[in-house]
Design a protein around this ligand. Structure first.
Ligand code: ADP
Ligand code: ZN
Length: 722
């Protein structure tokens, strides 16, 4: 506790390495974790009291803390998490803290809601607009002004006029009801024998101690139902729980399942909420009112005081790695937070990351398996279609064998999913006359045609042009041809070949989150015969009538030199084929491939998951790749290629020698230009036991200062190699 006249160090939410000292003014008391506003340069800045200053200061030179917010201080664990993430990812602690406090609204006390209702006095002068307002209020309820404006379609001045005329009055409403209290005993399911033994294994981890388990169960085995029971245990023990999901699109169905089990919705946390909604959840978590939060990776930095369980659903998913700003991996940091909080951590997946799989195999994590689907549903029968011998006809993307299966499935009244992980109509547009290819002016990437919208679009920077009628290079009319398929083009073929079938096209750019949610609900109801989608439909969803999955290009993810390509492809193919036959009917999946002998495809067809992991682990061990070694990527970028390359070469020259560290590069990144910036990559590889973060910090500390538009981005444990 720091009282008036004492000096406290405050970490401000800007790009700074260490806290600054401030004096506590008259009448203020703060402690470690208190959220305050302090003067910094011209503006007041948000900060958090970090502790006592290390040095002695001339007190009279110090500025005063401006203001202390009336919210509970951040917990010790959260402060230590901020330090941990900053140290590990090589970010300034102030930056990490800013990410954790990006809810300015939450710090102000919730504003009372002013609402309007009728007084019973009729206005002397009645206009049509006034009548509409009075009609809207005829139910006698009090309405918030924006809602009243919306319902009556009048301008706010009409409402103000009625207020002056004494026909309506203001009332103050109590703050809206906060999140409900989940009841651990509301409606537990009867778990099957496999699920019960998995639950028993998870329960071997005490609720008040740190422990990590990998809940490794095939798609449709009921992992969610199992970890719900751990959430219930956590609630009974009086602690809070956090469930992280990789995709906003999954939140809605998940919350419905949560309500069915616990009698009320969990608190939601993701980017698709208004600042006011987020503020309420943030405060609810801080005060302990919110017991369970379901959200995106940033929920890891919410101000829990009693966190007892973190679940990472689909833990293998790349979306848990934040790639802009602070490069942290939410799965790994969840384990850190679990350790700091003495909380349990459950990593759930049907296709664990090779990292987690290895941790489970070596006994660092508890390995809890469910090998059977619920209700004896069978895993799908997976087959390859060798595109070299049995590929589709020219101009088509669906091979004859798959087309036959589609007809048969539709005849039985069941659903089909056609999967292609490529948005838009065609990945490349070419002029037949001069050979010109449409490229993004800012990025080294082709423009993707989106036919529905009539544009060519860059998937990296968003640059868009209208699809031209004449070639912009040679002026030839009607000469542009699309090369290769995207899902819109597949939809066209489907309309042509299966005209009777009702169909829906689904990818992340197909509307708002609310619209996507509606589409998913329609699919679940069985409204469509044919679903054509990207990875958005591969994850988590449970479509009862879906019995056939066709993967149109199973090789797509294997093409590039990404060290994780095999793992990512295996996970995606397992997820998407796992959508088939989740209920009583048997499911089938077809993989269209040019490489049926590839270890990933081979393991898929034989249904031999362990063969894939064995093969992948052996090759990673041999090459010292994670999880048997560590990686750190340095991405040097600048407006001119030479500037980036020369600095990268300089970095290589000044790199400290250390045993067991190998450096690769510099090379132009596979995506060598993004948004007009040239990108050059360096890669450091070390042994597992080596502190690579510390090495890179030391290294950059010895390099020339970064000037002008040059930038160096550090990515510890990189997931993406573009
Ligand atoms: P996973 O996450 O392992 O793919 P889910 O938890 O989504 O599997 O379960 C698949 C489906 O089976 C869901 O609709 C779920 O409600 C149902 N289910 C799983 N276990 C049970 C159970 N014990 N009783 C009733 N339904 C269950
Ligand atoms: Zn671009």
């Amino acid at each position: 506790m720091f009282g008036p006249g004492e000096v406290a160090s405050v970490l401000v939410t800007v790009n700074v390495e260490a806290p600054y000292s401030y004096r506590v003014p008259e009448g203020m008391h703060v402690m470690r974790g208190s959220i305050v506003e302090v003067p910094l340069g011209p503006r007041p800045t948000l900060g958090v009291v970090w502790g006592a200053p290390k040095d002695n200061f001339a007190h009279n030179r110090l500025k005063d803390i401006g203001f202390a917010f009336d919210v509970p201080p951040l917990s010790e664990e959260l402060l230590r998490l901020v330090d941990w993430v900053a140290r590990y990812t090589l970010n300034a602690p102030g930056n990490v803290l800013r990410g954790a406090l990006r809810v300015r609204e939450a710090l102000e006390p919730p504003r009372p809601i002013i609402a309007l209702r009728r007084t019973g006095i009729e206005p002397e002068r009645m206009t049509e607009a006034r009548l509409r307002v009075m009609d809207a209020l005829s139910d006698g309820m009090a309405w918030a002004k924006p809602a009243l404006v919306g319902a009556s379609g009048v301008s706010p001045s009409v409402i103000e006029g009625l207020e002056r005329a004494g026909a309506i009055e203001r009332v103050t409403l109590p703050p809206p009801p906060s999140v409900g209290l989940p009841d651990p005993d509301h409606a537990p399911l009867d778990l099957n024998a496999h699920q019960l033994s998995a639950l028993a294994a998870l329960r071997e981890m005490p609720v008040d101690r740190f422990g990590v388990a990998l809940l490794d169960g095939v798609t449709g085995s009921g992992k969610t139902e199992v970890f719900f029971e751990c959430v219930a245990d956590t609630l009974r023990a009086g602690r809070q729980a956090l469930v992280l999901l990789p995709e906003i699109a999954l939140t809605h169905t998940f919350l419905d399942r949560f309500s069915a089990r616990f009698g009320t919705r969990a608190a939601e946390w993701h980017s698709d909420m208004t600042p006011v909604q987020r503020a309420r959840i943030w405060r609810g978590v801080a005060t302990g009112e919110a017991r369970v939060v379901v959200g995106a990776r940033s929920a890891l930095f919410l101000p829990f005081h009693e966190l007892g369980l973190v679940v990472i659903d689909e833990e293998h998913d790349g979306a848990f790695k934040q790639s802009d700003g602070v490069n942290y991996h939410a799965r790994d940091m969840a384990v850190v937070r679990g350790q700091l909080n003495e909380a349990r951590v459950i990593l759930s997946s049907a296709t664990p990351s090779v990292e987690s799989y290895n941790n489970a195999e070596t006994g660092r994590y508890r390995h809890v398996r469910i090998d059977q689907r619920h209700d004896d549903a069978q895993l799908p029968d997976i087959r390859a279609i060798d595109m070299r011998e049995a590929g589709p006809e020219r101009g088509q993307w669906i091979a004859p064998a798959l087309a036959r299966e589609i007809f048969a499935t539709l005849d039985r009244g069941e659903q089909v999913l056609l999967f292609l992980n490529r948005r838009g109509y065609a990945p490349l547009t070419l002029c037949r006359a001069c050979g010109h290819k449409y490229q993004c002016p800012n990025c080294s990437s082709w423009l993707v045609e989106h036919r529905f919208r009539g544009v060519l679009s860059c998937h990296y920077c968003g640059h868009e042009i209208r699809r031209p009628d004449v070639c912009s290079n040679c002026g030839e009319p009607d000469s542009l041809v699309p090369i290769g398929p995207g899902i819109e083009r597949v939809a066209e073929e489907v309309a042509d070949r299966f005209p009777e079938a009702s169909r829906v096209v689904l990818s992340s750019d197909m509307g708002s989150n609310a619209q996507l949610r509606d589409r998913f609900a329609e699919i679940e109801r069985g409204d469509y015969d044919l679903i054509i989608g990207t990875q958005l439909v591969a994850k988590g969803h449970h479509f009862e009538k879906l019995t056939l999955v066709g993967v149109l290009d199973a090789d797509l993810g294997l093409a590039h030199g990404d060290p994780r390509a095999a793992e990512k492809t295996f996970q995606l193919l397992t997820q998407v084929t796992g959508r088939a036959g989740r209920a009583s009917k048997a499911g089938r999946a077809y993989l269209q491939t040019y490489h049926p002998e590839h270890p990933v495809i081979d393991a898929m067809i034989r249904g031999d998951r362990e063969a894939f992991y064995a093969h992948e682990m052996a090759s990673r061990r041999e090459t010292g790749m994670p999880p048997f070694g560590r990686l750190a990527a340095l991405i040097v970028s600048a407006n001119e290629h030479d500037v980036a390359m020369n600095y990268a070469k300089h970095l290589l020259r000044v790199a400290p020698q250390a045993e067991g560290v190998k450096l690769f590069g510099p090379v132009d990144a596979p995506l060598s230009m993004v948004r007009g910036r040239h990108r050059v990559r360096l890669l450091a590889q070390s042994e597992k036991s080596f502190d690579l973060s510390n090495y890179v910090r030391f290294w950059l500390g010895h390099a020339d200062r970064i000037r002008g538009n040059l930038r160096v981005q550090v990515d510890i444990d990189p997931m993406s190699f573009f």
